[in-house]
Ligand binder design. Sequence first.
Ligand SMILES: Cc1ncc(COP(=O)(O)O)c(C=O)c1O
Length: 299
Amino acid sequence: MALVPFDDRDGWIWLDGEMVPWREAKLHVLTHGLHYGSGVFEGERAYDGNIFKLHEHTGRLITSGQILGFNIPWSADEIDAACQEVLARNNLTEAYIRPIAWRGSEMLAVSAQQTKIHLAIAAWAWPNLFGQNRMKGVRLAMAKWRRPAPETAPTASKASGLYMIGTLSKHAAEAEGFDDALMLDYKGDIAEATGANVFMVFDGELHTPTPICFLDGITRRTVMALARNRQMKVVERTIKAEELQDATEVFLAGTAAEVTPVRAIAHHSYTPGAITETLLKDYEALVRMSPEEVTRRVG
Ligand SMILES: Cc1ncc(COP(=O)(O)O)c(C=O)c1O
């Protein structure tokens, strides 16, 4: 399929309070966010015109900025409304939405106290990260890079700079023919994939690593609630890399990946099974319910 560059598309992007034509949504090369990674972003999905868990995503965006030491100069309600406006203006009902906030170009040094904080919101059609046949499962390589300790990096923020090791890991995995990479944390325990959280089934129970140094994903929390609604036992704990061989099912959960079964991690093979399929279907049904019904079912 021909690649359509992201800077050469039709449509509208919300930039600092105004809707601008897609190709004109530009910034200066001496932007702090580009040089020093001082940006935070979100990834959201709209289904049937409703942005799933919009207010939670907006809340995380604002908190991510605060963790990096800045306040986004728009309220949560204004950001929610802008996300909806971007969808409508681009005539999208099924879409991926990308809000991003960053430090501007007023100062360019490590210290950047007087930089203006910018906010942009774009949306585009982006079907599941791993395509339509995902029930057969994706294959993960083991990443060489590890998630840093919370004392080493602001790991609770969805900060652009933290994705550097994700891109390195995913590129290395793709070069070896895998779909994605599984990252360990700084202690050598299982952390997450490069853009999604991981779940494993042990003895019929659903286990997932405690999010100490990576995002406690909105999809992750949703899947845990769906599993509990089904009376499944859900366990958050440290999962050792040696335990990979004992898992009977493995899947990823994230806004872009949704629920995606895993059929291999390095040389370990898995058969996507009943628990994965049940939660995949429950998630697919949930995202198409009204926001009120979503809150009623999973909080
Ligand atoms: C590194 C990483 N971990 C986990 C997630 C899952 O988070 P969420 O379910 O909130 O999209 C994402 C996606 O945003 C991610 O990029």
